[in-house]
Design a protein around this ligand. Structure first.
Ligand SMILES: Nc1ncnc2c1ncn2[C@@H]1O[C@H](COP(=O)(O)OP(=O)(O)OP(=O)(O)O)[C@@H](O)[C@H]1O
Length: 278
């Protein structure tokens, strides 16, 4: 199956500072890619390139075989750790807005029957994310977990092919985070979505991701003066699980010779992938 997202030898530099170098990556349809790495290694920058908020300095990114559009669009939804939703709009208004951006990009408003249809669709999605009772509330009246449920609904209403998540659950308490993980898994199972999620949490990465990718700098000395960017140093297939009796696939070691600590954290709690090859 051809990749949804194809990244070919991408570099990103700001002035003379190299942030990312030689990033090549093929992401299969329906993959849930978790992107991990030390703070400042360029994870968000990479996500912003997938969103078309930043352009690569060198290299090419294609989506569905075509060059990435120059502007963010309805084909790619995004949720950030905070501030993904509009505080002055109700819960329902925030989700309808996702459709308005898609269907009325110039006016940014839908009217009459189209608006009513958009509201019905938004209500259905709000029910699916557990916010069926909250449509008239404003974001400030919601807990952090509810706000992120709303942000997911807002991102998903336009039926994006690709969902980009930048530490979407990083600010939530552990209990709330576990609940929203369950929701995230459900949303991803039910929709034809390819997900790329940046996270600091390895256990979250291996619990949700079908594939976990690590970015790291090859060299990171102050004296290097920003001449080395981060690149992909680990690429773990978490799922589909290995079929009993088949040889364990080799881990892709992109930087042989380095220390290679096993990742901590549990695998997805889906029994179907118990025993996934790490
Ligand atoms: N617009 C910009 N101009 C100059 N430098 C930038 C710009 N955006 C990001 N950077 C630099 O790129 C580097 C990578 O930043 P980025 O936010 O992508 O890292 P990150 O891995 O997401 O970090 P964190 O995990 O802390 O969120 C940082 O050194 C940052 O200062």
């Amino acid at each position: 199956m051809s990749a949804v997202i194809s990244v070919k030898d991408v570099w990103k530099e700001y002035d003379d500072k190299v942030v990312l170098e030689q990033i090549s990556l093929e992401i299969a349809p329906r993959a849930f890619v978790a992107l991990v790495g030390p703070s400042g290694c360029g994870k968000t920058t990479f996500l912003r390139m997938l969103l078309s908020e930043e352009a690569p300095t060198r290299g090419a990114i294609t989506i569905g075989g075509a060059p990435l559009p120059a502007e963010p669009g309805a084909d790619r939804g995004v949720v950030f750790q905070r501030y993904s939703v509009f505080p002055h709009l109700t819960v329902l208004g925030n989700v309808v807005l996702g459709l308005e951006f898609k269907d009325a990009p110039i006016l940014g408003r839908l009217f009459g029957a189209k608006r009513r249809a958009a509201e019905d669709e938004a209500r259905e999605l709000l029910a699916a994310v557990g916010l069926g009772e909250a449509e008239n509330k404003y974001p400030a009246q919601l807990s952090g977990g509810m706000q992120q449920r709303l942000a997911l609904a807002q991102a998903l209403i336009a039926k994006p092919k690709v969902l980009l998540l930048d530490e979407p659950f990083g600010a939530l308490d552990p209990g709330i985070r576990a609940e929203i993980h369950t929701l995230m898994r459900k949303l991803w199972h039910e929709r034809p979505l390819t997900v790329v999620m940046v996270t600091h949490d390895l256990s979250e990465a291996f619990s949700l991701g079908t594939r976990v990718i690590a970015f790291e700098r090859r060299r990171n000395e102050p004296s290097d003066g920003g001449r080395y960017g981060a690149t992909i140093t680990r690429d773990f297939e978490v799922w589909p699980k290995r079929i009993a009796g088949e040889p364990r696939p080799q881990k892709k070691k992109l930087m042989p010779g380095r220390d290679d600590p096993a990742p901590s954290g549990s695998l997805r709690d889906d029994p179907a992938i118990e025993g996934a090859a790490l």
